[in-house]
Design a protein around this ligand. Structure first.
Ligand code: PBG
Length: 324
């Protein structure tokens, strides 16, 4: 027994030893907070499946931004719930759209807070698909024409980062072209490159009112079984000009985050999605797990896997925990 030479427990014997050899850490620098904005005044409606997450009108969004600035969180990602939906999702690319208005207001009051704008159509279309829906499928190239317009209107409104989440082929190239042609060559693109067709988006679709009326998103979002294909998606988006690539969801796809980090060595975002939030919230409410420990551990695992930053509904809680 005294033949054991390496005893890993030597360096775990107290917190100060553990601090010295800790390989990964979390800080406020790591988080982007998602916000759901809708028209109106003084609206703050809790999403029933996501306790602590709200649909808000712009006035309340500004209050949130104040809190986020005080917490030193670098930025937000905005999702819009439009006044009216139609087959083309025209509010997505209108200069008077809810995202555009919210972005303008936020940048006016909080110029230092990064505003990332989600670029997709499912919240804006009457059928709930992420693009122009014809003959029972989304038409890729017709949708790109709307992507082009939407990118320009978001950039004009002051978006700091355009984040296309619709999983259309050539979307990044289309956006890079649109931005470069209109004087926004300095606006980066954070592409949802490996976005899986996931059951974990359920609560989000309730928050953003974006469920497809019929069918699913399997012809555009990725098959959860695939990892090689995720590398091809990432490679394509980088070739087309993506500055940051995103993997989504996070927890079930930590292997994809790690592979992307090793194979491409570019900035990687992880999106810890609505279902991941709701699972922790629901089990903590039942006293089945410790919420704080579960939140810290799961986000640490995303960093350890290789994410540079994490889009998460727990951003404020995390910073509060880290400040304790
Ligand atoms: C829009 C979009 C979705 C999410 C982010 N952007 C939903 C979807 O694809 O249905 C999910 C985010 C979450 O679950 O937190 N396409």
């Amino acid at each position: 027994m005294n033949e054991i030479i390496y005893r890993p427990r030597r360096l775990r014997q107290n917190e100060n030893f553990r601090r010295l050899i800790r390989e990964t850490s979390l800080s406020a620098n790591d988080f982007i907070y998602p916000l759901f904005v809708m028209p109106g005044k003084n609206i703050k409606k809790e999403v029933s499946s996501m306790p602590g997450v709200y649909q808000m009108s712009i006035d309340n969004i500004l209050e949130e931004c104040k809190e986020l600035s005080l917490l030193n969180i670098p930025g937000i990602i905005l999702f819009g719930i439009p006044e009216k939906k139609d087959p083309l999702g025209s509010e997505a690319y209108s200069d008077e759209g809810i995202i555009q208005k919210a972005t303008q207001e936020i940048k006016q009051h909080y110029p230092n807070l990064l505003v990332m704008t989600d670029l997709c159509f499912c919240e804006y279309t009457s059928h709930g698909h992420c693009g122009i829906f014809e003959n029972n499928d989304v038409d890729n190239d017709k949708t790109l024409e709307l992507v082009f317009k939407t990118a320009i209107s978001q950039a004009k409104a002051g978006s700091d980062i355009i984040a296309p989440s619709l999983m259309m082929d050539n979307m990044v190239k289309t956006i890079r072209g649109a931005l470069d042609e209109t004087g926004f060559s300095n606006t980066p693109i954070c592409a949802y490159s490996a976005k899986y067709s996931s059951a974990f988006y359920g609560p989000f679709r309730q928050a953003a009112l974006s469920s497809p009326m019929q069918g699913d998103r399997k012809t555009y979002q990725m098959d959860p079984a695939n990892s090689e294909e995720a590398m091809r998606e990432i490679m394509l988006d980088l070739d087309e000009g993506a500055d940051i690539v995103m993997i989504k969801p996070a927890l079930s796809y930590l292997d994809i985050i790690r592979r992307a980090k090793e194979e491409f060595n570019v900035p990687i975002a992880a999106y810890s999605v609505s279902g991941e939030y709701s699972m922790i919230k629901a089990s903590a409410k039942n006293n089945w797990i410790n919420e704080k420990q579960a939140v810290l551990e799961s986000h640490l695992s995303m960093k350890r896997a290789g994410a540079n930053f994490i889009i998460t509904y727990f951003a404020k809680d995390l910073v509060n925990y880290l400040n304790e």
